[in-house]
Design a protein around this ligand. Structure first.
Ligand SMILES: C[S@@+](CC[C@H](N)C(=O)[O-])C[C@H]1O[C@@H](n2cnc3c(N)ncnc32)[C@H](O)[C@@H]1O
Length: 244
């Protein structure tokens, strides 16, 4: 109950929606697919727009964007469960027909505008395998290397994409295996690089909140919004930066 509103939610699939089924490679610090999808929405990204994950790990954010661009909406992963649930048709007559149409609509042609950069070759290979398993390997581009060095080069190639890349969505290391000083440098470098190369928005999630706050205070890169989320057992913030 919220003041005068009663919110009733009905679970229409038996398994949780974050279990999409495409992740055959599991990155040790993989982001929940549902959080990745929500972060893309928060960034103002819309299907068909280019997006960069500069620290892509097993590729979750890039794959979620590519799936949305191709019109493969979330319920399609759960189509079998939806079709065997008699309540849906009773509650919303015609809903199942509409979902089947949505899930079987022909995929659209798009370019490789969903881009991930990853430092570790094993994780990059995992991202490519995951993208193949999700059926989006032809609309994703995974690049091996240090994003601090690669982003300026990629921005120079923007003309080849035909669209400029202005949105970055990412999940940087939280520092379990890094000294706080090195983590702060990484956060500082990536935010400065994105700003200096003309990105308009960056959305990132971290549980290293004190490091992120210190860096953001020092850099003051633009309007910054914070949202508290629990990622697994880790209290985290999703930061949205709109660069000045
Ligand atoms: C928390 S993980 C990302 C997990 C990913 N979102 C997923 O769902 O699989 C952070 C990743 O950033 C990568 N990384 C750290 N510094 C980097 C840099 N300078 N350039 C590119 N990748 C980097 C790490 O190797 C690690 O795989």
């Amino acid at each position: 109950m919220n003041r005068d509103r009663l919110i009733v939610a009905l679970g229409i699939t038996r398994t949780s929606l974050h279990r999409r089924g495409y992740r055959v490679f599991n990155h040790p610090a993989a982001l929940k697919t549902t959080i990745a999808s929500a972060m893309l929405r928060l960034s103002g990204w819309k299907p068909g727009m280019p997006v960069l994950d500069p620290m892509c790990g097993g590729g979750t954010i890039v794959i979620e964007a590519a799936l949305a661009s191709r019109g493969i909406e979330i319920p399609c992963f759960k189509l079998d469960e939806l079709l065997s649930n008699p309540i849906i048709e009773r509650l919303i007559p015609g809903a199942l027909d509409r979902i089947v149409k949505l899930c079987t609509k022909p995929l659209q042609e798009s370019d490789r505008i969903h881009i991930g950069i990853e430092l570790n070759p094993r994780f990059l290979e995992g991202a490519i395998i995951n993208a193949r398993s999700a059926g989006v390997d032809d609309v994703t581009l995974f690049i091996l290397g240090n994003s601090i060095k690669l982003i300026p080069k990629i921005k120079k190639l923007e003309k080849e994409f035909g669209q400029s890349i202005e949105i970055a969505v990412f999940n940087p290391p939280y520092g379990q295996r890094m000294k706080p000083r090195d983590l702060a440098k990484l956060y500082k470098d990536i935010i400065t690089t994105l700003k200096d190369t003309g990105f308009k928005t960056a959305v990132f999630i971290t549980s290293a909140i004190s490091v992120a706050e210190k860096v953001l205070m020092e850099l003051d890169p633009g309007k910054t919004y914070r949202r508290y989320v629990i990622h697994g057992t880790l209290p985290s913030y999703v930061y949205t930066i709109v660069f000045d």
